[in-house]
Design a protein around this ligand. Structure first.
Ligand code: NDP
Length: 248
């Protein structure tokens, strides 16, 4: 499959590391100017430099996706600078695991604010600029946990299931404008988020995955690249499961 994103502008939240960074690299390698965001400015600068070596127009911008004003201002600035926003990847996300009866209100709120409200904030801010061109791609990073649940992750599962409902509603709302909205539901992918896992737990998880390995960042980046491409122009409201068969 040949993908040509040259001239296109992509925003990837949480693009400073992990899956978001892998997606930014894949989009930049195929010509897109990628604007990556994150809260840690040092990490962001490093990632920006590496991306600029691939596509000089790439940029790293500090942003907390929970802060609606900051998100609106950034989308406006990107539109004023580049004259377009073609692709938005809502990837920024956190976990804060706890069994339900011990889960503090703050743990629930934080995960919902970053994962679900962050996705709402960034989509609302960017899609209005996609409307001007009557084309665009929104890709929301959900999780298989949002489809199948997991003990100790009620907050995370609810936020990721919420992203799927959000994806389907927004897909229906903007399809007439030729803006597609899809979700990717990764399984267990090797990143900082899953690095914390103990060896025994890791082996236990691999034993449940039909393809018998954890996923790589590239596995998810390839799916995002496909959904960003012309080849996926007739796909909207879909949840693409990248889990090695963990969820079928
Ligand atoms: P990482 O923890 O490695 O990276 C998370 C990224 O999100 C970082 O760039 C972080 O930057 C950014 N981020 C976190 N909170 C905020 C915030 N409030 N505002 C802006 N940026 C923020 O995560 P992964 O790469 O593992 O995961 C990426 C996405 O994929 C997440 O949505 C996750 O839920 C999802 N996912 C991951 C799976 C996995 O196995 N790894 C499986 C299924 C889904 P900084 O810290 O600088 O803010």
């Amino acid at each position: 499959m040949k993908v040509d994103l040259s001239g296109q502008v992509a925003i990837i939240t949480g693009g400073s590391r992990g899956i978001g960074n892998g997606i930014a690299v894949a989009l930049a390698e195929n010509g897109a100017a990628c604007i990556i965001t994150g809260r840690n400015t040092e990490r962001l600068k490093k990632a920006e430099k590496a991306l600029q070596a691939i596509q000089p127009a790439c940029k790293g911008v500090a942003l907390n996706v929970e802060a609606r004003g900051e998100v609106d201002a950034l989308a406006k600035e990107i539109y004023e600078t580049f004259g377009r926003i073609d692709i938005l990847v809502n990837n920024a996300g956190i976990t804060d695991d706890q069994l339900l009866l011990r889960m503090k209100e703050d743990q629930w709120d934080r995960v919902m604010e970053t994962n679900l409200k962050g996705t709402f904030n960034c989509t609302r801010a960017s899609i209005k600029y996609m409307l001007k061109k009557r084309s665009g791609r929104v890709i929301n990073i959900s999780s298989v946990i949002g489809l199948m649940g997991n003990p100790g992750q009620a907050n995370y599962a609810a936020s990721k299931a919420g992203i799927i409902g959000f994806t389907k509603a927004v897909a229906r709302e903007f399809a007439r404008k030729q803006i597609t909205v899809n979700a990717i539901a990764p399984g267990y992918i090797v990143t900082d988020m899953t690095e914390k896992m103990e060896e025994k737990a890791r082996k236990g998880i691999i034993s449940l995955i039909p393809l018998a390995r954890l996923g790589s960042i590239e596995d998810v980046a390839n799916a995002a690249l496909f959904l960003s491409s012309e080849a996926a122009s007739y796909i909207t409201g879909h949840v693409l499961n990248v889990s090695g068969g963990l969820y079928i």
